[in-house]
Design a binder for this molecule. Structure first.
Ligand SMILES: *Cc1c(COP(=O)(O)O)cnc(C)c1O
Length: 340
C-alpha cells in the first residue's frame, strides 16, 4: 500500500525539479538509478540494452511478438551475439526454453517483454528471473504496456533493468521512458571494458545529471517532465492496487460482453493482458470495414493486428485513463450494431 504520509511528502516536492522518489514508488523499487530517459519507450529499450551490452556478449532474447523482435534487433546492433527463444504469437515464452538457451553458453542478459502489445499476452516473469540469475545473467524487462495497469514489481521479481513508456498505462503524454537499473546492472555498467556505444543514452553520464552534482549532459525536456511529475502524482493518488483492479475489471467486462456476442479472445485466460485486449476477428467479418465504421460512425479507434496477426485480431487498448466501463460499453454497443 502507498502510505498517505509518503504521498504527502512527495506532493510537497515543488514542480521545478522532478524527484525519482515518485517513479520508484510506481515501479516498486528502491533502485537508485531510476529516472525518466529523454525519448519514448523505444529509447528506454535502447538505453536498457546499450548500457549492458558489450560487443560479443551473448544475449538471450525472447520473441513472441513485435516488441521482442525489436529487442533482438537492438541487441544485434550493439554487437551482441543474439540467441532468440521463440513462442508462437499469442502464447507466452516457455521458461524451459529459456533454461535450454541459458545452458547453451555463458550469457550476459536475458531480454523479455512483460506485456506484448502486439499479441495481448502477459508474460509471467518470476521463474525466468530465477533461472536467469542462477545462470549469472541479468534480466532486462520491457514493461511499456504493463506499468501502471498491471503489477510490475521490479525489486520483488528481481528485474535488473526495466523500462517503460509514458503514453501507455501511465496515461502521460509521450516523450519519456521511465527506466530503473538494479545494483547488479549498475555494477555491470561500471565494469565495462568498452564505452557505451550510444552517447545520448549512456547512463554513466546521464545519471550524474539526476544526481546531486546535476552535471549537464543533454537538455532535459522540461515541459515533458512537468507532465510526468503530475501524471505520477495522479497514479499514486488513485493507488497502484486500485489502478490494477480497475484495469482488470474493465478487461473482464469487455471479455464477458464479447463472449455474449460469440466473440473470443486470442490468448489463454491465464496470460491475458488487461491493458491490451487481443480479440479474434469472427469468421467472415472484414477487419478493415469494421474498424473504419467504428472510427467514422462511433469515434472509437481500435488497433488492427500486427505481423503474423494482421487481419486475424483486433487490439483493444484499455490503458490508464481510457480503462473505463463507459468506454467498454460504448465499444460493445457499437460492435454489436456493426456485426449484427
Ligand atoms: C509501445 C511499445 C514500445 C515502444 O514504445 P514507443 O513509445 O512507441 O517508442 C516498446 N515495447 C512495447 C511492449 C510497446 O508496447
Amino acid at each position: 500500500m502507498i502510505s498517505m504520509q509518503r504521498l504527502r511528502r512527495s506532493n510537497d516536492v515543488g514542480l521545478t525539479r522532478f524527484r525519482p522518489a515518485l517513479l520508484r514508488e510506481v515501479m516498486l523499487t528502491d533502485n537508485e538509478l531510476t529516472i525518466p530517459v529523454s525519448g519514448t519507450g523505444s529509447a528506454g529499450m535502447e538505453a536498457a540494452l546499450c548500457n549492458l551490452i558489450e560487443p560479443g556478449d551473448r544475449c538471450v532474447v525472447c520473441v513472441n511478438g513485435v516488441f521482442g523482435g525489436r529487442m533482438a534487433d537492438v541487441c544485434g546492433r550493439y554487437g551482441a551475439e543474439v540467441a532468440t527463444v521463440a513462442a508462437p504469437w499469442g502464447q507466452p515464452i516457455d521458461p524451459d526454453d529459456v533454461r535450454q538457451a541459458l545452458a547453451n553458453g555463458p550469457t550476459k542478459l536475458v531480454a523479455i517483454v512483460h506485456a506484448e502489445t502486439s499479441t495481448g499476452v502477459l508474460q509471467p516473469l518470476e521463474e525466468i528471473s530465477r533461472m536467469t540469475h542462477e545462470a549469472g545473467a541479468l534480466l532486462v524487462v520491457d514493461c511499456v504496456t504493463s506499468l501502471g495497469g498491471h503489477p510490475v514489481k521490479v525489486d520483488e521479481w528481481g528485474i535488473d533493468a526495466c523500462y517503460s513508456g509514458t503514453q501507455k498505462c501511465l496515461s502521460i503524454p509521450p516523450g519519456l521512458a521511465p527506466i530503473s537499473f538494479a545494483p547488479a546492472a549498475v555494477a555491470a555498467l561500471e565494469s565495462r571494458k568498452t564505452k557505451v556505444a550510444n552517447w545520448y543514452l549512456d547512463m554513466s553520464m546521464v545519471h550524474k545529471y539526476w544526481g546531486e552534482e546535476r552535471t549537464y549532459h543533454h537538455t532535459a525536456p522540461v515541459n515533458a517532465l512537468y507532465g510526468f511529475h503530475e501524471g505520477l502524482r495522479l497514479i499514486l493518488t488513485e493507488g497502484l492496487e486500485a489502478r490494477w483492479a480497475r484495469h482488470r475489471a474493465n478487461h473482464e467486462l469487455l471479455v464477458a460482453g464479447l463472449a455474449e456476442m460469440g466473440v473470443e479472445m486470442l490468448a489463454d485466460p491465464k496470460y491475458r493482458l488487461w491493458s491490451l485486449n487481443a480479440v479474434r476477428i469472427p469468421e467472415g467479418v472484414d477487419d478493415v470495414t469494421v474498424r473504419q465504421r467504428l472510427l467514422n460512425e462511433y469515434d472509437i479507434e481500435i488497433g488492427g493486428g500486427l505481423g503474423d496477426l494482421k487481419g486475424k485480431v483486433w487490439r483493444v487498448g484499455l490503458m490508464g485513463t481510457s480503462s473505463t466501463p463507459n468506454n467498454v460499453l460504448m465499444l460493445l454497443g457499437a460492435l454489436n450494431a456493426i456485426l449484427d
